[in-house]
Each structure stands twice: as structure tokens, then as C-alpha cells.
Design a protein around this ligand. Structure first.
Ligand code: COA
Length: 372
């Protein structure tokens, strides 16, 4: 059995910050309403030239660098998004080309739960032994699909991308269990009707603004509070670890009240829950991978941490996974892994000092040679 270790991780968010104060000038809303109802204070919005592919490539490059592999080492690229650059070609192929990878690539559409669906899918290719290195990306430029005159939706979303490299490993790491769910009977509650096959792009679609995201917030809220905790608990049960063993809960960042309620229903204290919705809003399929990257960067989780991911979104869909982080350093530093804890730090400092010494010794020699 092969496990899919998270060998690399990366994120990219646009530079441009849109604050609640900015939104107050655009629609009839207030910072107070947005913060108390959602927990969002600001979000990132893609600028001119930024696309789902460009954010994905930047996030993916970081993930590849951290994994210590090249794009040409990839066996598969899987991109979860509901806001691809074009309807055709699939954005996954554009990303494969820009990265310089020579492997299969496909785009997965499962709303905000897409990244967890992607992780679970990638894990299957690794478990069967078919592939060794898989890049999983969650990326959105949802701001281009949002009606900036509709206060019920435009305050909620933001843009960004997160990526991980899953690498085959013999140690029990990566996706330990997952739950994937769908209930299409609730489809109408979160939809972009115009621009598809049923309502192709037309003047009427534009006039009625049906090509933008429309949402019945209350219904989606009710749905989320119904499925989140249950899906998370199911994944924990399937994983064989106990909820107490979970070091960090990384929920989809859609609404702070939904996150707090799910944590309460699960019995997980908020200091074990990762929240960054205040800075990014709901970045849909990018929200969990961006949160994962920040959680690692902030030391909220690390080597051998057990993480519980759970999300919900358009479809309506939900997904959860228990993920164990393995060694977080690229294999080229594998030698260091064999040295335990503090000794490793000391060894590294010694190596650094030694290389500086050698540099200092070689410098006069180099100066003499170049003077000639
Ligand atoms: N600023 C000010 N008022 C707003 C507003 C805004 N941005 N958006 C809506 N309102 C108003 C409504 O018009 C309504 O006014 P009314 O009572 O006069 O009709 C009032 O605020 C309450 O609206 P309601 O929809 O009941 O608010 P809520 O407490 O349910 O919060 C959401 C709205 C959208 C924040 C909340 O329903 C939610 O987060 N739902 C889940 C959405 C989600 O997660 N979507 C992503 C899925 S991946």
C-alpha cells in the first residue's frame, strides 16, 4: 500500500486587498454587518493579467520547490476550480504547459469542496501504485463571477490558489480517510445559471445578470450546519484515529459562524481550529489549501500532525478528510531526517559555519586568481 505524503505546499493570493470599508463605498453594506455575520474583514482580488492559471502556477511552483522535485517529475496534475480561465481548454492543461510538466492533467469541479475531492482522487492513483508524484491545486478567481452590485454575495468571496504535491510513501501519511458527499436537490441555492448549456450567453443573460453567482445564503447556511460536523466525524471514524488525536481542524473558510458552530457540534475547541477568513473571505476551492499552507507556515501544524479538513459548497456538496503530515522536508535533505531533534539543528549550524569557513579560506585564493 502506498500512501500520499504531502511533500510540498504553496499558495498565491493577489496583491490587491479589498476591505470592508472599500465595499461600503460600492454597495449598501457596513463593516459591522460583514464582520458580525461572516467574520470577513478583507479579501484579495485579482488584478489585470492575473488569472486562475497564473495564481495556480505560482502556488504550484512553491509546492514543487518545497517537495524538491521538478515539474517534469509530475505524473498527474489535478486542478479543483469553479472559475477556470476558459470553458475550454481545461485550465489544468494550461497549468501543465506553463509549469513545463509532461503528464496528464484534469480539472475537477465540485464547488468549494473541490480541493478535498482532489486530494481523495489523487490518493487513489498513489494507492494503486499507478503514480508517484501528483500536484493537487485548488484555485479561484471568483471575483470575476461575482455581481458587484449584489451585496448578498459580493462581500463574501475572494481570490487565491493553494497547491500541494502528494508523493508516494511507504509510511502511513497523507490522506488516511475521506468522505465525499453530494445532494444535487439543493443545486438552486448556489448557482451561476447563465452562460451554460441551458442558458447560453445572450443579451438576456447579461441584462438579467444570471451569469453571476446567485446564492440563497440562509439555505446554504442551514445545509452547512447540517453536514459539516457529521462529515468531519465520519472521516475521523473511518481513519481509525480519535478526535482527540486531531491536532488541527481546517474547515472551509466560508463563514466564521458556520466554522464555530461545526467546531462546537464536534466538540473541538477553537484553539484547534484554523481560521483565516478574516483576511481572505471565501476563496472557494482554494480556501482549504491556502489555510493548510498558512497553518504549516505559522507552526500550527507540523511533522506528524493529524489534520481534519472539512468543506461544503455548490452542488450542493461536502467533503472531509483526515490527513497526516509526514516529514516536511524534501528528500534531498533526507540525511537530516535521520538525525534526531536538537542534534539536527546543531549539525545544521555546524555545517553552515563550516561552509562559511571554507568560503572565507577560498576567497583570497579566488581574488589572487582573478587579479592575474
Ligand atoms: N450588508 C448588509 N445587509 C445585508 C447584506 C450585506 N452585505 N447582505 C444581506 N443583507 C441583509 C439582507 O438583505 C437581509 O435584510 P432583510 O432582513 O431586510 O431582508 C438581512 O441582511 C439578513 O439577511 P440574511 O440572509 O438573513 O443574513 P444571514 O444572517 O443569513 O447572513 C450570509 C447572510 C450570506 C452571511 C449567511 O446566510 C451565510 O453565510 N450563508 C452561507 C453562505 C455560504 O457559506 N456560501 C458559500 C458556500 S461555499
Amino acid at each position: 500500500m502506498k500512501y500520499g505524503r504531502i511533500a510540498g505546499w504553496g499558495k498565491c493570493v493577489p496583491q490587491k486587498v479589498l476591505t470592508n470599508a472599500d465595499l461600503e463605498k460600492m454597495v449598501d453594506t457596513s463593516d459591522e454587518w460583514i464582520v458580525t455575520r461572516t467574520g470577513i474583514r478583507e479579501r484579495r482580488i485579482a488584478g489585470e493579467g492575473e488569472t486562475t492559471a497564473s495564481l495556480s502556477v505560482a502556488a504550484a511552483q512553491q509546492a514543487l520547490d518545497r517537495a524538491g522535485i521538478r515539474a517534469s517529475d509530475l505524473d498527474l496534475i489535478l486542478v479543483a476550480t469553479s472559475s477556470p480561465d476558459y470553458l475550454l481548454p481545461p485550465v489544468s492543461s494550461m497549468i501543465q504547459d506553463r509549469l513545463g510538466a509532461r503528464c496528464g492533467a484534469f480539472t475537477l469541479v465540485a464547488g468549494c469542496t473541490g480541493f478535498v475531492y482532489g486530494l481523495a482522487t489523487a490518493q487513489q492513483f498513489i494507492a494503486t501504485g499507478a503514480y508517484k508524484n501528483i500536484l493537487v491545486i485548488g484555485a479561484e478567481i471568483i471575483s470575476r463571477n461575482v455581481d458587484w452590485t449584489d451585496r448578498a454575495t459580493c462581500v463574501l468571496f475572494g481570490d487565491g490558489a493553494g497547491a500541494v504535491v502528494l508523493q508516494a510513501s511507504e509510511t502511513r501519511t497523507g490522506v488516511l480517510s475521506f468522505v465525499l458527499g453530494s445532494d444535487g436537490s439543493g443545486a438552486e441555492h448556489l448557482m451561476m445559471k447563465g452562460g451554460g448549456v441551458v442558458m447560453p450567453m445572450s443579451q438576456r443573460v447579461i441584462d438579467e445578470r444570471t451569469h453571476y453567482v446567485r446564492m440563497n445564503g440562509r439555505e446554504v447556511f442551514k445545509f452547512a450546519t447540517r453536514v459539516l460536523a457529521r462529515a468531519a466525524a465520519e472521516a475521523v471514524e473511518k481513519s481509525g484515529v480519535s478526535l482527540d488525536d486531531v491536532d488541527l481542524l481546517i474547515p472551509h473558510q466560508a463563514n466564521l459562524r458556520i466554522i464555530e458552530l461545526a467546531a462546537r457540534q464536534l466538540g473541538v475547541p477553537m484553539d484547534k481550529v484554523f481560521v483565516n477568513i478574516d483576511r481572505y473571505g471565501n476563496t472557494s476551492a482554494a480556501s482549504i489549501p491556502i489555510a493548510l499552507v498558512e497553518a504549516i507556515e505559522q507552526g500550527r501544524c507540523g511533522e506528524n500532525s493529524t489534520i481534519l479538513m472539512v468543506g461544503f459548497g455548490a452542488g450542493l456538496t461536502w467533503a472531509s478528510a483526515v490527513v497526516r503530515l509526514g516529514a516536511l522536508e524534501p528528500p534531498r535533505f533526507a540525511m537530516w531526517q535521520s538525525i534526531p531533534g536538537r542534534a539536527r539543528v546543531r549539525a545544521r549550524v555546524a555545517m553552515g559555519a563550516l561552509s562559511m569557513r571554507i568560503g572565507a579560506l577560498l576567497l583570497p585564493l579566488y581574488a589572487r586568481v582573478t587579479r592575474r
